[in-house]
Write a protein that binds this ligand. Sequence first.
Ligand SMILES: Nc1ncnc2c1ncn2[C@@H]1O[C@H](COP(=O)(O)OP(=O)(O)OP(=O)(O)O)[C@@H](O)[C@H]1O
Ligand SMILES: [Mg+2]
Length: 252
Amino acid sequence: MKGILFEMKKNKIITVFGSKGGVGKTTVAVNLATVLSLAGYRTALLDFDLQFGDASVYLDLDSKQGICELVQEGTLSKDMIQSYMMTHKTGLSLLSASERPEYAEIVQSKHGEEIINGIYTEYDFTFIDLSPQMNEFNLSALEKSDLILYIVNPDISTLRSAKKTLELMKALKLAHKVEVVLNREDDNIIKAKEIESLMKLKFIYKIPIESKYAVASLNQGIPIVINARKCKMAKRLTEFGMKIGDGNYGVT
Ligand SMILES: Nc1ncnc2c1ncn2[C@@H]1O[C@H](COP(=O)(O)OP(=O)(O)OP(=O)(O)O)[C@@H](O)[C@H]1O
Ligand SMILES: [Mg+2]
């Protein structure tokens, strides 16, 4: 049902979120955006992890002029926003965070909303990468999203905080657009099905652990879907991205 609703609307906004650091939010956002861009969709990635956003590192793009510098321009017209966006060789447009974490506090939720409103109609898919916090800025981005991919890992601490955050999202009437993604799936530790029944969660997608290639790709600034496209993790991310492109993301 969600898939059908999702398909009807163009210019989709997809936010990648999670309540813990290091679970793979940026990895998933960068790679799904890359897959869609390579498939010919007009795709943007907004690095709204204001203080420590590192999407530019994953894509080996310059991060000197990012959202914090953009907001200081005073005007957030479409042209101004796009003049701050960098184009990756796949065609993906990136608005990076900033090199200067101390500037993050000047960016308010109204700026985030203006940036999203200013550009999302230019793209088939606008991905948003967030910091792992339920603050006002993040909430306004979550509210603007058509789909929220909530990333978890198979450890009890992450899963417990996920349960709490998902409850809160339900109370905030965001639950209908949230889908949970298991990253670092590792059958040798615990099977995804066991987590689902223990935690009463349903995973829309599972991305396997790929210790060798994930960090290597990050260090080289090349998304894993390009750099190691035959590894299991890259294959799953590619498949997931293509399903999102088809508006058929709800199949695991
Ligand atoms: N499936 C995976 N298998 C192995 N390593 C992974 C996997 N997914 C992500 N990683 C690695 O985990 C690290 C953290 O990933 P990432 O930066 O995407 O997390 P994050 O949730 O965005 O973190 P932060 O909250 O700090 O922004 C990176 O080194 C990344 O390469
Ligand atoms: Mg991140």
